[in-house]
Design a protein around this ligand. Structure first.
Ligand SMILES: NC(=O)c1ccc[n+]([C@@H]2O[C@H](COP(=O)([O-])OP(=O)(O)OC[C@H]3O[C@@H](n4cnc5c(N)ncnc54)[C@H](OP(=O)(O)O)[C@@H]3O)[C@@H](O)[C@H]2O)c1
Length: 289
């Protein structure tokens, strides 16, 4: 049997990963149970549970806060994954490190291949890119799986925010000049489990729902799912809504290696959104007062 260790298991993706693993042999550790910023604790946990596959879904994900807290973000997003990779190497286990589209600059005009040079523009992106490098240089068996624009039942995310704003406001303004691939955490989790079972060549993989849209397009789709008029969503620009951390303007990821490995292609983002509303709509906030 294959034993899985899921770290950061209390997060949006972590919870869906634990569900997707079903009745497999799984040890799930939340932040309270294992602090990734504590390398000694990471080594102890891995050596105690002796997993065959480690799936790290934990991260410092507060993108704006990371701008003024980069040392802490680095400890969680780079030092922790390095410790996971070191202990995985010691056991001969496989590490799957989840990473992000924010490692890219976002000035491309076609989907980023897996080997495109990283050029993060934010502190969060720098720490995640450092985590990628740490894992890949420490373990020859490791996977880095970049994803993007994740929403799901168990987290705070853009889709839930739009569900709430549809109820609270007559109109909402959403940026139309950032493009990416919205990704349902449940389908991502299923993909990660498939990767850990198939174990193709190690290295970098991209895994998002297929296709692309803008945040404005995603907000319109949420309104459609709610049976509301999507024209209540106005398009605005990034420049009109400055935030502490810059976001990539374009961060579509090409899933070339994922497909070449024979992993099931991820469903298109729009179909995934419909499926999410049909199955976990209540947890996305549908029907709340
Ligand atoms: N959300 C997105 O749009 C997105 C996009 C691209 C990539 N990703 C990547 O996808 C992965 C999953 O993200 P997510 O969406 O599930 O975010 P999330 O809901 O914020 O989950 C991250 C989890 O990591 C935990 N964590 C934070 N610091 C930790 C520490 N020191 N030790 C152990 N656990 C710690 C968090 O705990 P607390 O809640 O207690 O802090 C949380 O449970 C991350 O690697 C993220 O970088 C996410």
């Amino acid at each position: 049997v294959t034993r899985w260790l899921v770290t950061g298991a209390g997060g949006q993706l972590g919870r869906d990963a634990v569900s997707a693993l079903g009745d497999r042999d799984v040890v799930a550790l939340t932040r309270a149970e294992l602090d990734l910023a504590d390398p000694a604790a990471v080594h102890d946990a891995v050596l105690a549970f002796r997993p065959d596959v480690i799936l790290n879904t934990g991260a410092y994900t507060a993108v704006d806060a990371a701008e003024i807290d980069e040392a802490r973000a680095h400890a969680v997003n780079a030092v922790g994954p390095r410790a996971l990779a070191e202990s995985a190497e010691r056991l001969g286990s496989v590490l799957i490190q989840v990473s992000t589209d924010y490692v890219f600059a976002g000035d491309a005009d076609r989907p980023y291949p897996e080997d495109a040079p990283t050029a993060p523009r934010s502190a969060y992106g720098r720490t995640k890119a450092a985590g990628e490098r740490a894992v890949l240089e420490t373990s020859a068996r490791a996977y880095v799986v970049r994803t993007a624009w994740v929403y799901g039942a168990g987290g705070a995310n853009f889709v839930k925010t739009m569900v709430r704003l549809e109820r609270e406001r007559s109109r909402v303004s959403v940026v139309a000049d950032q493009r990416g691939s919205p990704t349902w955490s449940w389908q991502l989790a299923q993909g990660l489990v498939a990767l850990g079972e198939l174990r193709p060549d190690p290295g970098i993989y991209h895994c998002t729902n297929a296709g692309e849209t803008s945040w404005h397009g995603l907000a319109r789709a949420v309104f459609e799912e709610l049976g509301a008029d999507p024209d209540r969503v106005d398009a605005t620009t990034t420049a009109a809504f400055p935030r502490p951390a810059p976001r990539p303007a374009y961060s579509v990821l090409a899933a070339t290696r994922w497909q070449a490995a024979g992993l099931a292609p991820m469903p298109p983002w729009r179909a995934a959104l419909s499926r999410a509303f049909a199955t976990v709509g209540e947890q996305l906030g549908v029907g709340e007062a």
